[in-house]
Design a binder for this molecule. Structure first.
Ligand code: C2E
Ligand code: CA
Ligand code: CA
Length: 715
């Protein structure tokens, strides 16, 4: 019985085969380049789409033929061939996913896949409920299986080679590969068809009749639509992923740069004070185990100001570089040298536990300064004074050791310079003063000598004010205002910090509520939290209690934590910050850029704002480095959907620059220093009288991070 072709449907089936091949190539690359949870999803979805595609190709191909009798299909057998097609496709995708494709694996895989494709075809043929059954020409059947296996071999190899990359050559090559492979699959199919013999006088019994060309066309077209959707999704997903990858790379670069900047001195390239203190911490924990002491030297050039004034800053800078080089060459690898500012240096001398040992090292250094430095052809003389503190005799913490070495240094300078002195632990006037201050501070809370002043945070674009930072002031009966910079370290050391921060927190909440009750526009109050309190679980309780006691909505409270506080123990900071965020409290990272930020944590933290440290803002006009850092911080913050606040803005030029860089808010003397609550009331009243945006909560809306977080945590 002769077979009659429908040329249109044959064409359609070949086209479906090519589309399946193209889709398969895209999917193979998607599966290979996706992270785990998505990889499995792509694999399963891919198996279904490809399987359906291959099966439709065969089905359309079969419907393209008609015999003298109308054909009918046995439905379960037809569906079984579909299942085999999906399994085979899943197998092919899984194979190309591996790291490496050996020849043995390739041959095995090609055999399984070829057999699978052939099986789909012959199962489809077997599903035709015709009597007598179709017979097959064994040579042609063998040829069709051979074509299927070798097409699979070539296809799998191409899959593997083409799965990476997105260049246009690769895309073109992919199209070529899809044409080759699609033709091979069709070839297999039509050879298989040629192998089948329908006996004269055959008739169909049972099954469903499916010989209308429109049915074939609609199956073929739906299959292609499905394939097209898949390809578009795969391309989109791959672009999304490569964007994410580029993003991560950029974050990493900013991270490395910020870390270097944050830990090194720009002029000399020496590690800076932050890194030095960190190094001291390490040395202390090492020394606790090894019982081996060490020395900290604080060194200062004697006539540096004269050099700078008479020979100019350029020579001064060169001198500092030379001296850094010399100091570094005098110490051993395990020691450390840092320029801690101006012409001050700090040195860690390991393994020196006695005064004798330290004196030998200091003598060597002082002598080294006898030799002049050759700068621009002239000899520049500089001598140095050194103050020495020994661990453990002169202090047990990094900060005390440095403070004591500094104290010894100033004595060395007083005693005639060009020499070194050891720290003298005798009761000095300084420490007596400190003791007095400490006992005064204990009383200050009770006597209500502490008060809060408020500094507005201003919107860079609109100039409007929606939040203020509470800054602590101590009105001392004799000393007048004592700066927080002076008494906060003292409070931290003497265990008063929790009581102080708790007072600030409550007073801030009370004030915010009072302003609201007075009918002022809503203002958020930001409070600073000391690193020593941030780890305490009672801190969270204090926040909860303050909000409840003053009946303040959590979004009107903001907590400022310094970058160092958060990053010192980032893992547990995440937990605490999540609790704060869940409550609805806004979190800012203060003094950003001065510590070591780990971007990987920054991405995880549920925070809302970064506050760029004052030092970068004051350097904006003079240092290109500062500009590029501020720019990097802003773009980093925005990419993490955080707002950026600049602190210490003192000039209109700085504000202009920040506006150009896209900074969101600023604080600083340019607009307003920290002022009494009454002044804030006046500012807010004036602002309320001016026509402004009607959305009175708009400016208070917090960042999306919070939203994302609460969605993630389901509450
Ligand atoms: P901070 O959190 O970085 O606060 C900003 C400091 O910069 C404040 O100094 C503020 O008065 C000052 N400032 C504001 N605008 C400008 C400007 O345009 N130029 C310059 N040069 N400075 C500006 P303040 O009030 O002396 O506070 C110093 C530090 O003391 C604060 O630094 C904060 O770390 C700490 N502190 C202040 N209040 C509290 C508090 O209630 N609790 C805790 N734990 N720490 C506090
Ligand atoms: Ca602050
Ligand atoms: Ca700050």
């Amino acid at each position: 019985m002769a077979l009659i072709y429908n040329t249109w449907l044959v064409g359609l089936s070949v086209f479906v085969a090519i589309s399946v091949s193209y889709t398969a190539l895209r999917l193979a690359s998607r599966v290979a380049n996706t992270e785990l949870p998505y990889e499995r999803a792509w694999l399963i979805a891919g198996a279904f789409v490809m399987g359906l595609g291959i099966w439709s190709m065969h089905f359309v191909g079969m419907l393209a033929f008609s015999v003298a009798v109308p054909l009918a299909y046995h439905v379960p057998a037809t569906l079984a061939s579909l299942a085999v097609s999906i399994l085979t496709s899943g197998f092919a995708l899984a194979i190309t996913r591996g790291e490496e494709l050996t020849l043995v694996r390739l041959c095995g895989a090609a055999a399984v896949m070829g057999a699978g494709i052939a099986l789909v075809h012959y199962m489809g043929m077997a599903a035709i409920s015709i009597v007598p059954a179709i017979s097959f020409d064994p040579t042609l059947v063998a040829l069709s299986i051979y074509i299927a296996v070798s097409a699979s071999f070539v296809a799998l190899w191409m899959f593997f080679r083409l799965r990476n990359g997105n260049s246009w050559q690769r895309s073109l090559f992919r199209v070529g590969a899809a044409v080759v492979m699609g033709s091979a699959i069709s070839g297999m199919h039509y050879v298989g068809m040629a192998a089948s013999r329908f006996a004269a006088g055959s008739y169909c019994s049972g099954g469903i009749r499916l010989d209308q060309p429109w049915l074939a066309a609609s199956i073929g077209i739906s299959a292609m639509a499905l394939l097209a959707v898949t390809v578009v999704t795969a391309v989109y997903d791959s672009q999304r992923q490569s964007r994410a990858r580029r993003h991560a790379q950029k974050l990493h670069e900013v991270n490395v740069r910020l870390q270097y900047q944050a830990t090194h001195d720009a002029l000399t390239g020496l590690p800076n004070r932050t890194l030095f203190i960190e190094r001291l911490h390490q040395e202390i924990s090492r020394a606790e185990h090894s019982q081996q002491g060490f020395a900290v030297f604080s060194l200062d050039l004697d006539r540096f100001k004269v050099v700078n004034d008479t020979l100019g800053n350029a020579v001064g800078d060169q001198l500092l570089r030379r001296i850094s080089g010399r100091l570094s060459s005098l110490v051993r690898l395990e020691d450390a040298v840092t320029r801690s500012g101006g012409d001050d240096f700090l040195m860690l001398i390991c393994g020196v536990a006695t005064r004798t040992g330290a004196a030998a090292a200091a003598t060597k250094i002082v002598h080294e300064f006898d030799k002049p430095c050759e700068i621009d052809g002239s000899a520049v003389h500089a001598s140095a004074s050194i103050g020495i503190a020994l661990y453990p005799a002169d202090g047990l913490t990094a900060e005390t050791l440095v403070a004591h070495a500094d104290e010894a240094l100033s004595c060395a300078k007083d005693s005639g310079r060009n020499t070194f002195l050891f720290f003298d632990p005798g009761p000095s006037s300084v420490s007596q003063d400190r003791l007095d201050l400490e006992s005064d501070l204990r009383r200050a809370l009770v006597l209500q000598q502490l008060e809060l002043h408020y500094q507005p945070k201003v919107d860079v674009v609109t100039g409007s004010i929606s939040s203020v930072e509470a800054l602590l002031r101590w009105r001392h009966p004799e000393r007048g205002f004592v700066s927080p910079a002076e008494f906060i370290p003292l409070a931290e050391e003497s265990g008063l910090m929790f009581a102080i921060d708790e007072w600030v927190l409550r007073e801030g909440c009370r004030q915010a509520r009072e302003w609201q009750s007075a009918g002022l526009p809503f203002i958020r109050v930001a409070v600073n939290v000391s690193p020593v309190n941030f780890r305490e679980s009672r801190f969270l309780c204090a926040v909860r209690a303050a909000l409840a006691d003053f009946d303040l909505d959590a979004r009107f409270l903001e907590v400022e934590l310094t970058e160092t506080t958060v990053m010192r123990d980032a893992e547990s900071a995440v937990v605490l910050l999540e609790d704060l965020s869940r409550m609805g409290v806004v979190v800012s990272i203060d003094d950003f850029g001065t510590g070591y930020s780990s971007m990987s944590y920054l991405r995880k933290l549920p925070i809302d704002k970064l506050k760029i440290d004052r030092s970068f803002i004051s350097d904006l006009a003079t240092s290109l480095d500062a500009v590029s850092i501020v720019k990097a911080i802003i773009s980093l913050a925005h990419s993490l959907r955080l707002k950026v606040v600049a602190e210490g803005v003192e000039t209109a030029a700085q504000l202009d620059q920040l506006r150009q860089l896209g900074c969101d808010q600023y604080q600083g003397f340019l607009r307003c220093p920290a002022v009494l609550p009454a002044a804030i009331v006046a500012i807010m009243r004036t602002q309320a009288e001016q026509p402004g945006p009607s959305d009175k909560f708009g400016h208070l809306r917090t960042q999306s991070k919070l939203g994302v977080f609460s969605r993630r945590s389901g509450g």
